[in-house]
Ligand binder design. Structure first.
Ligand code: SF4
Length: 229
């Protein structure tokens, strides 16, 4: 797990409205969210305007290679599975992500989007399952939460809190109640690996009978966070 906080990147531009900067496209099992366990193609877009202190995909902040949308769809198709997860970095930081999501839905895939919660999701194709983070104080990026995003979530979507310690848990429990999040969609509580013992979080959720779904990152249990798995 990367803990270094790198410098914020300069804004990027792409010459084509459908051209995307991609860090990697790979087949694995979905390790998080309500779709955990499904064979899934991951499309990891390059770049993120946030710098969460626990980020485990800092390698996606820079680099990557430009691909036309058609090339991305072709690579996804080559894996022959029905679930696709568009992730990052922060995928919505690239405008071309929006038409990519729609094109994947049009092609018949079950599409999910992992997003930081800092960028507007209102224009995301409604067929896409949005997995939206709410950044906690422990993430060091709590000020980036775009709270209006909550009103754009439907029952198929999910809200994810990555919790670093007990004070993060107490904060998240308060946000859960204030915004009545559990009535809107599934809410996921995950421990930040190496910062919060998973058993502690499980015990707190049970003690409080919280209407949230505890989750661990399956891919880290299986492959220890190895890149591209
Ligand atoms: S939003 Fe995601 S990719 Fe960006 S810094 Fe935070 S954890 Fe890393």
């Amino acid at each position: 797990m990367a803990t270094a906080v790198a410098e914020r990147p300069a804004p990027r531009t792409a010459s084509s409205p459908t051209r995307l900067k991609i860090t990697e496209i790979f087949l694995s099992l979905q390790g998080e969210s309500a779709s955990v366990g499904w064979p899934t193609v991951f499309v990891r877009l390059t770049g993120c305007p946030l710098r969460c202190q626990y980020c485990d995909t800092a390698y996606a902040f820079h680099g990557g290679a430009w691909h036309e949308q058609a090339s991305v769809i072709e690579q996804v198709a080559s894996h022959g599975v029905s679930h696709v997860c568009v992730t990052g970095g922060e995928p919505l930081a690239q405008k071309a992500c929006f038409p990519l999501l729609t094109a994947l839905c049009d092609a018949g895939y079950i599409v999910s989007l992992e997003t930081s919660g800092a960028l507007d999701v209102s224009s995301v194709d409604p067929r896409v399952v949005k997995v939206l983070d709410i950044k906690t104080p422990g993430s060091a990026e709590v000020s980036r939460n775009l709270w209006t995003n909550i009103q754009h979530l439907s029952a198929q979507d999910q809200i994810k809190f990555v919790l670093c310690d007990r004070s993060d848990y107490d904060w998240a429990r308060q946000i859960l109640a204030e915004h009545d999040l559990a009535a809107r969609c599934t809410v996921l509580f995950s421990p930040s690996q190496e910062q919060l013992p998973a058993g502690d979080l499980a015990d707190w959720i049970i003690a409080d009978k919280l209407p949230v779904r505890f989750q661990l990152q399956l891919h880290k249990i299986l492959w220890g966070g190895e890149r591209g798995r």
